[in-house]
Design a protein around this ligand. Structure first.
Ligand code: MRU
Length: 356
């Protein structure tokens, strides 16, 4: 059995409450649009692809529950709900991309289907298909990334990978992006070890990635975020592989806070730095990283762990949730489901492949 962050069965949506991990496995039922928005905003479900899928399936839940008199009513409800859900977290582009695709699907569907029940059925089927598509995309990312890394290994050497935040089954519909590359290396027999950072302040690394690595029996070690410099100076790390919340046209990449400093350390130590992303994370409407909105989270995430204060009372806090890594630090490349691209060829390749 693999870890499932999102379960959608018989029109019902259940999300694994990631705030409770790794201590308790609890699923929450999503019954309304507001439930879905809250779960995303409070980070009960998180990770760019998982946020998008959870958002869209939240709309599917309400569509299944309600009776609509016309296609127009369904369309209006779907558009309004998606517009609201997109506001739940600002940095990850995937939910906006998914909302746009669903809207386009609605518009083309209304040309063929006029019966509201049939329209609703086709629309919810389309929404449901996102789960399988995401797993297939991630497996392809994993394969492309693993092969690129293996190509750079010498002789019988196996890969030692460092990753940041959580980009695995919990952050996607399954398998994962950057962690999918680690899984692929393991499946191909080419992984020696995976290091994961703690990822302060929300601890996605120590709570979630470490949980997935242990669960999958992948040889792995947890380090604090401030140990990366020493690790790279003492160990031969084959590659750093991270995920992303938004990659813009010039290759600048928004990802979990701390990614930028990892990329600088990687450059200094000559370690290839890769970003693993589905093409749904690539935003060609923005030219450079300076246009990306960086989400800022409540200071309580820094000052407390499980309601226990760990910082001096009264201190001011700044808690940006993401940072932007300049494209020229992404030395290994951007691993997509269509192949590995250098940042300076990303836009032309993606436009060619997706015909956009
Ligand atoms: O704040 P989070 O936990 O949603 O941030 C997650 C990340 O930054 C991931 O690296 C990114 O979403 C890619 S997940 C495949």
């Amino acid at each position: 059995m693999s870890l499932e962050a999102i379960i959608f069965k018989n029109g019902k949506l259940r999300l694994l409450d990631q705030l409770q991990l790794p201590f308790t496995t609890t699923y929450i039922d999503i019954e309304t649009i507001q439930d879905g928005w809250d779960a995303i905003h409070q980070m009960k479900v998180r990770g760019a692809p998982a946020i998008a899928i959870a958002g869209v399936l939240t709309v599917a839940v309400e569509l299944n529950k309600q009776n609509f008199q016309s296609v127009d009513q369904i369309k209006k409800f779907t558009f309004q709900s998606l517009d609201y859900l997109v506001t739940s977290r600002p940095t990850a582009v995937n939910i906006g991309d998914a909302a746009e695709k669903i809207k386009q699907f609605c518009l083309s569907l209304e040309k063929e289907v006029t019966d509201p029940n049939n329209y609703k059925l086709k629309l919810t089927e389309k929404m449901n298909s996102m789960l399988d598509e995401d797993v297939a995309t991630n497996k392809s990312i994993g394969k492309h990334g693993a092969l690129d890394i293996i190509e750079k290994l010498s002789g019988q050497e196996k890969a030692k990978i460092l990753t940041h935040c959580n980009t695995g089954s919990l952050a996607t519909a399954g398998y994962g992006t950057a962690l999918g590359v680690v899984r692929s290396l393991q499946e191909m027999g080419n992984l020696e070890h995976c290091y994961c950072t703690e990822t302060r302040p929300y601890n996605q690394g120590s709570r979630l990635t470490a949980y997935e690595l242990v669960y999958e029996k992948i040889p792995s070690t947890l380090i604090c975020d401030n140990m990366v410099g020493l690790l790279l100076s003492r160990q031969k790390i084959s590659a750093i592989v991270v995920g992303a919340d938004r990659v813009v046209a010039n290759g600048d990449t928004a990802n979990k806070i701390g990614t930028y400093q990892l990329a600088i350390l990687a450059k200094y130590h000559n370690v290839p730095f890769y970003v693993a992303v589905p093409t749904t994370t690539i935003d060609l409407n923005k030219r450079t990283g300076s246009e990306i909105v960086i989400e800022e989270r409540p200071s309580k995430e820094m000052t407390h762990v499980k309601d226990i204060r760990i910082a001096a009372d009264g201190i001011n806090c700044w808690n940006p949730c993401f940072d932007v890594t300049p494209a020229d630090l992404i030395t290994g490349g951007l691993i997509t489901e269509h192949g590995v691209f250098k940042p300076n060829e990303l836009e032309s390749k993606i436009r060619e492949i997706l015909r956009v």
